[in-house]
Ligand binder design. Structure first.
Ligand code: CTP
Length: 403
């Protein structure tokens, strides 16, 4: 099962407590989950575990001071940049001393300065002796930090380094990981939402061996499905023939071939959907009759009579109740006007316009340049990878869901 920590930028702050020895394993667990880890240590933490251990495991430089003391040409380590880089800051172990300094706004070491400049969520895992943990001063620090929005990962009970038994032992690395995973999966913006997405081309049979199709790769639809699932959605992905597949457990992939099959698969999932995105390049016409046997070449010319396929998206627009419905348009002239007409005709919330005039945009490429057209406004985006375009589109959808 893929971890929500995959791709997350983790800033781990280590302070000077005996539990610091456990952070080597903690870094390993973050790396195994697919996160990118940078470590900041207080000077006292280096008494308990070496920076070399942590830089080897994290595959990144370890920071512990504003400059590198052993290098006279040392550069200034930028705590603001590190704070902005991180998706979250985790301080583990967090000693009573560091907690009190965090609460007071003290910045007499690099970790504290980084903490003060970080804008991301901050977790901390207290680790100290029983009586220190119980002291009203420590309780005050915890209370103040909670008021800042910082999140405590509660310590466990057990044997402490002092030989005493009680509360104050740092949560185990596995528990810390589980706590943070839980936090991020509960707070995903599309948690509990059902998405229905179409992707790829459709093929219309001419005879048992031939078909009418198009060059759509399906990439845009698959990227949308992955991005929605990463943000917590459950996705039904109805895909025409493509070479793509997905491993994501939150995506149910339904493979179809013809427009009619896509129509059926989409309609059987539409009622339960909160959001539906039609990214498929559906065939507009199909042969009026499909030959039962392979058509022989005999005459100089061959006419195949075509008839319209179902317009899947328009049929959804006619049926829609509370669903957010989104389509794509590919236009070569009067682009915005045509797209907006399509938006109205198909009863959409917005339509994503691909312009064929833009180099690098379109069918088979990995990049796309789109405009998002609303009934009364539009947003133009730069040329980006389809993965990034998917994120832009989902951001608009999240705004609509929260509106
Ligand atoms: N669409 C669909 N079913 C069809 C045709 C299109 O669901 N039979 C969806 C596509 O997935 C896309 C949008 O409708 O989201 C595209 O609209 P369409 O009317 O096909 O526009 P174009 O393909 O741009 O063609 P035209 O301008 O000729 O209508």
């Amino acid at each position: 099962m893929m971890s929500v920590l995959k791709g997350k930028k983790v800033l781990l702050g280590i302070t000077g407590g005996i539990a610091a020895y456990k952070t080597a394993y903690l870094v390993r667990l973050f790396i195994k989950a697919g996160a990118d880890v940078k470590v900041v240590m207080t000077p006292a933490a280096k008494e308990f575990i070496t920076p070399l251990t942590l830089s080897t495991l994290s595959k990144n430089e370890v920071f512990s001071s504003f400059t590198d003391e052993e290098d006279e040409n040392a550069k200034w380590n930028n705590h603001v940049e590190l704070g902005l880089w991180a998706d979250f800051l985790l301080i583990a172990p967090a000693t009573a001393n560091t907690l009190s300094k965090m609460a007071a706004g003290n910045s007499d070491n690099f970790l504290l300065a980084t903490y003060l400049s970080a804008k991301c969520p901050v977790f901390f895992a207290p680790a100290m002796d029983l009586d220190m943990y119980r002291h009203p001063s420590t309780k005050n620090s915890l209370h103040t930090l909670a008021g800042f929005g910082n999140i405590v990962i509660p310590p466990g009970s057990g044997e402490l380094a002092s030989g005493l038994y009680g509360e104050g032992r740092m949560a185990e690395p596995e528990e810390i990981i589980e706590f943070i995973e839980d936090y991020f999966s509960k707070n995903l913006p599309l948690k509990g939402k059902n998405f229905l997405i179409t992707a790829g081309p459709t093929y219309e049979a001419i005879d048992p061996v031939r078909f009418i199709g198009n060059h759509s790769s399906g990439k845009m639809g698959y990227e949308l499905a992955e991005a929605a699932a990463r943000l917590g959605a459950r996705v039904h992905l109805i895909s025409g023939p493509t070479h793509l597949s997905t491993e994501n457990p939150n995506i149910i992939l339904v493979r179809v071939t013809s427009t009619h099959e896509m129509y059926e698969a989409v309609h059987s999932n539409f009622k339960a959907a909160d959001v539906c995105i039609a990214a498929a390049a559906v065939a507009d016409y199909k042969p009026k009759t499909v030959a039962g046997e392979k058509i022989k070449k005999s005459d100089q010319t061959l006419n195949i009579e075509l008839t319209k396929t179902e317009d899947i998206l328009a049929s959804l627009g006619a049926e829609k109740k509370d669903q957010i419905l989104i389509g794509f348009a590919l236009e070569t002239n009067n682009e915005v006007e045509n797209a907006r007409n399509k938006l109205k005709r198909k009863n959409l919330d917005f339509i994503v316009l691909n312009s064929l005039r833009d180099k690098g945009a379109g069918f088979k490429s990995d990049t796309n340049k789109v405009s998002i057209i609303y009934p009364d406004s539009q947003k133009d985006f730069d040329l980006k990878t389809k993965e990034e375009v998917a994120k832009d589109i989902l951001k608009e959808i999240i705004d609509l869901l929260n509106a």
